[in-house]
Design a protein around this ligand. Structure first.
Ligand SMILES: Nc1nc2c(ncn2[C@@H]2O[C@H](COP(=O)(O)OP(=O)(O)OP(=O)(O)O)[C@@H](O)[C@H]2O)c(=O)[nH]1
Ligand SMILES: [Mg+2]
Length: 334
């Protein structure tokens, strides 16, 4: 811990982030990734100050198997939004595997080279924690920080491994999945129940020579989506072919997202989803507070640690341990 961090200047951070200072934005996100209690408190105090300035972006989840072209896709649509609509675009990544592969961070930087050169873009690779819960909470906080810094469109890239889609769902407005043309990974996705969550499926890498095949696949997906039970949002998921390299059809693609936003805002679903997101955030904070409380309470932390060990060593069943914990809590808080 450096001396600089000791003197965390809340007002300075707040002012600079509101001005859109990317360096302070990056530093605030890094601070939030720290697991030290003091840093967590700093981050939460900052968020408390910035919260009135958040909520004005569209939060878009982009998922797909490794190599589906997510980063290239975000780069192509991100640069389009900046050039055409003067938007400010932030890209965050949730990748619980990145610590193992060590690949994504470097890869994303080079693959989004054009976007990263733009003054109106902010790219943040996945935090280095391997635990998904930590990663998602950090990403959620990063979303709010980016909004306070004036970003209008926030892309969250997730590797399509199942669990990260479920986690990302509690922090986005629109969920899209990329599938490589001719890839045939659709069955896998059905098995994992991913299709029920998506708002748009992109048959990706539909370059000219693959376009007919991609159109056929997209049309099959559309037929399938019509068979699904109606979503709470009332939105019927769309499927379109797209090539990030050729960029043909980018206008139509963004148009679908804009239409979704319009429809969701008008029906009140957008607001409801944001409320759900707030609740999910609150639940994460609550869990964090409880964990901290247990850690700082000598008797409770000793009891919890001992019980964890006993369950791990099969000396007690989970049910027995939870009964003992129940009694311990009753004794402490009687
Ligand atoms: N032919 C073709 N190739 C593409 C297209 N988009 C991306 N690619 C290529 O697909 C490869 C993977 O692209 P990425 O954008 O890194 O994929 P990703 O899904 O972000 O990969 P991870 O982050 O590793 O999960 C790269 O070699 C890209 O050049 C496209 O529209 N057409
Ligand atoms: Mg990527």
């Amino acid at each position: 811990m450096t001396d600089k961090r000791h003197q965390f200047d809340l007002t300075l951070y707040k002012e600079e982030i509101l001005k859109g200072n990317r360096s302070f934005l990056g530093r605030a996100i890094t601070l939030g990734e720290s697991t030290l209690d003091r840093d967590r408190m700093y981050t939460q105090n900052l968020l408390l100050e910035l919260l009135p300035h958040t909520g004005n972006s569209i939060r878009i989840g982009v998922s797909g198997i490794p190599g589906a072209g997510k980063s290239t896709f975000i780069e192509s649509i991100g640069t389009y939004l900046i050039e055409k609509f003067n938007k400010k675009v932030a890209v965050l990544a949730i990748d619980p595997s990145s610590q193992l592969s060590h690949g994504s961070i470097l890869g994303d930087k080079t693959r989004m080279e054009l976007l990263s050169r733009s003054e109106r873009a902010f790219i943040r690779p996945s935090p280095s924690q391997s635990n998904l819960g930590g990663v998602t909470q950090n990403t959620r906080e990063a979303v709010y920080l980016c909004e306070a810094a004036g970003y209008d469109v926030i892309f969250i890239e997730t590797v399509g491994v199942g669990q990260s889609e479920t986690a990302v769902h509690s922090m986005i407005d629109f969920f899209m999945m990329l599938q490589i043309v001719g890839g045939g990974d659709d069955l896998q996705a059905i098995k994992r129940g991913i299709y029920e969550h998506i708002d748009m499926l992109v048959v990706h890498k539909a370059d000219k020579n693959q376009l007919n095949q991609a159109k056929k696949e997209a049309s099959n997906f559309k037929k399938m989506f019509h068979l699904f039970p109606q979503k709470e949002s009332g939105w019927i998921p769309q499927a379109i072919p797209f090539s990030s390299i050729e960029k043909a059809g980018i206008y139509e693609l963004w148009d679908i997202i804009t239409k979704y936003e319009e429809q969701a805002v008008n029906s009140g679903y957008f607001k409801k989803k944001r409320e759900d997101q707030n609740l999910a955030w609150y639940n994460e904070l609550q869990q964090e507070q409880l964990d901290r409380f247990i850690k700082q309470h000598p008797l409770l932390s000793k009891g919890v640690n001992e019980l964890n060990q006993e369950v791990k060593n099969s000396k007690k069943t989970p049910l027995e341990a939870s009964r003992i914990l129940d009694n311990l809590l009753k004794n402490i808080f009687k």
